[in-house]
Design a protein. Sequence first.
Length: 206
Amino acid sequence: MKSRSAKSGVTRRQAFASAGTAAAAVVAAATSAPRAGAAEPAGRAAALREIARRVQQTPFVDTHEHLVEEASRTHWKPSGRLPCNDWALLFTHYLDSDLKVAGMSARDYSRFVAPDTSSADKWRLLEPHWPAVKHTGYGRAVRLAIERLYGIADLNASTIPRLAEAYAERVKPGFYEKILRDEAGLESCQVNSLEAVFMETAHPGC
Ligand SMILES: [Zn+2]
């Protein structure tokens, strides 16, 4: 993968250098901050926004992943790691641990990730446990994905059909590159494949 962000055209070196300048501005603002109760310096909020913006556009290297090959998704067959080919897959590893701790029975979890359970039934199985897991680290990651990738801010009975549709629309050749590179800003990704001990990817550019 190239060292230049496809989205911004900024090299990593430039991005880090610029982020350093912005960070210095915040440190300067913080050290000269007035005592509690006084108005916040006008430049501080702007500097924080600038840091957030530059962090967002900085490409990064993901050093540990267990991504399956894209073809295993686009030519899906049921397997232990990919029990279904619908939105419930988002709630498997690692959020499945939180769901089980929150009280979802092993039987209900099996039905939830089964390929032949309807979308509405999957939501009925998830709904009682969702409030207990949506704020955990794993839950927040799933919510962020649902919001950023599928445009759904809140998961409920009325948004599930949209999620089901949006999820299915994405699973087509090229979606790894779009999500990993264009949307997540990944420069490269070190995959510890669980499909085979030594495995060459068909997508070395992602
Ligand atoms: Zn791991």
